[in-house]
Ligand binder design. Structure first.
Ligand code: ZN
Length: 378
């Protein structure tokens, strides 16, 4: 399928959405009286459980995290549709689209329930539809599972080429992360993106431009390599660009290495990742407090490493993901959850869409019209 065709299919699907050629919409599924916001900063600490934070607090003698200042503090149950233990693809899809899918799936319905002619809209898709500015930033490769869940729809997280192609042809304003295979400077330029390779390129970006970043090195750290931004710097710059849109913006921020370093039980690097992420959370909260019309969500797709307090110290108990509940911290919507409430991962997306003022409740099914593709030679 050509790039143009895929993009055309996407546009067609969005058009059909507005002409009511959709099904699966259930009325009254969403809390109706959630406080409405203009902007959303949706922050995901990949693999970040409560004890990832507590291990960092105890061992690095942190007096107060930015994450401690949220008044609404609940929990998110992370299961996927086919496993109590989710991967980042299904976990990201639940948070992005309000649908629990099969492990490995990116922004699509579970294998066993829906045909492939449709997919669930993501919060990024919704924001674009609402005329808002849109951004997806990560310390992972741009084609990693979490950024992919917020910017692509494909049956398998391993479809890196498909994910990158969809992103390069997407209508989003910024997609920033580490380099990925199948990135093409020519394609992103042709689609109106400014290619960005380091923090100086990033710093020169002006409001109203669209950009696609392919950073290199360890951007997850509080001290990244020379010329590379921290996640807090990325977040600050992204907000400064997106906030110029008078319709508001949706920004997803992922700290990917809390997960990656926990897989290898590298506690020092994991803590560095948590601290770097918390710096980004502080940037987001500073903006939200000034702006007064911004929802900030801090959550995770799952916990990694089974960190437990054993004999007075926080230790890893395995090298994989676990099914434990993860943090859900909310600022800017005082009735998003009750303080201390536990909700399902997909419900985070459903409520975020409601806060954004979506006319239809998540999940929203988008139907792909393949006949249009055939006519255009796809
Ligand atoms: Zn993982």
């Amino acid at each position: 399928m050509s790039f143009a065709v895929r993009f055309f299919a996407f546009i067609t699907a969005i058009f059909m959405l507005f002409t009511n050629v959709i099904s699966g919409f259930t009325a009254n599924k969403t809390p109706e009286d959630l406080t409405q916001v203009k902007n959303v900063i949706f922050m995901i600490g990949d693999g970040m459980g409560f004890n990832s934070i507590e291990k960092t607090r105890l061992e690095n003698e942190v007096e107060e995290f930015a994450m401690d200042s949220f008044e609404l503090r609940g929990e998110n149950r992370t299961w996927s549709s086919n496993s109590l233990i989710t991967d980042s693809a299904a976990g990201g899809t639940a948070l992005a689209c309000g649908v629990r899918t099969s492990n490995g799936c990116i922004g699509v319905y579970p294998f066993d329930t829906k045909p492939t002619y449709s997919y669930p809209m993501s919060l990024t898709d919704l924001a674009y539809d609402m005329g808002k500015a849109t951004g997806v930033i990560t310390t992972d490769s741009t084609s990693g599972a979490t950024p992919a869940a917020f910017s692509a729809h494909t049956a398998a997280r391993g479809n890196e080429e498909d994910i990158t192609t969809q992103q390069m042809n997407s209508p989003f304003d910024l997609i920033w992360g580490k380099g990925t295979s199948s990135f093409s400077e020519e394609v992103v330029t042709d689609n109106g993106f400014i290619p960005v390779y380091n923090k100086w390129d990033m710093g020169l970006l002006l409001p109203g431009t669209r950009s696609f970043a392919q950073f290199s090195g360890d951007c997850w750290s509080q001290n990244p390599p020379e010329g590379m931004p921290t996640i807090a710097e990325m977040t600050a710059k992204a907000i400064s660009l997106l906030a110029f849109d008078t319709d508001g913006f949706f920004l997803m921020v992922e700290a990917a290495h809390i997960d990656k370093h926990s897989h290898s039980n590298d506690g020092e690097s994991m803590k560095d990742s948590v601290l770097a992420f918390d710096d980004a959370v502080e940037v987001a909260l500073d903006f939200a407090r000034l702006d007064g019309n911004t929802l900030v969500i801090v959550t995770a797709d799952h916990e990694t490493g089974g960190i437990a307090l054993i004999n007075g110290s926080y230790r890893y108990t395995n090298t994989g993901h676990t099914a434990t509940n993860v943090p859900l911290f909310v600022y800017g919507c005082d009735n998003f959850i009750e303080d201390g409430q536990v909700i399902n991962n997909k419900e985070v997306a459903i409520r975020t869409a409601a806060c954004m003022g979506s006319e239809e409740a998540f999940p929203i099914q988008v139907v792909i019209d393949y006949s249009q593709e055939d006519e255009s030679g796809g």
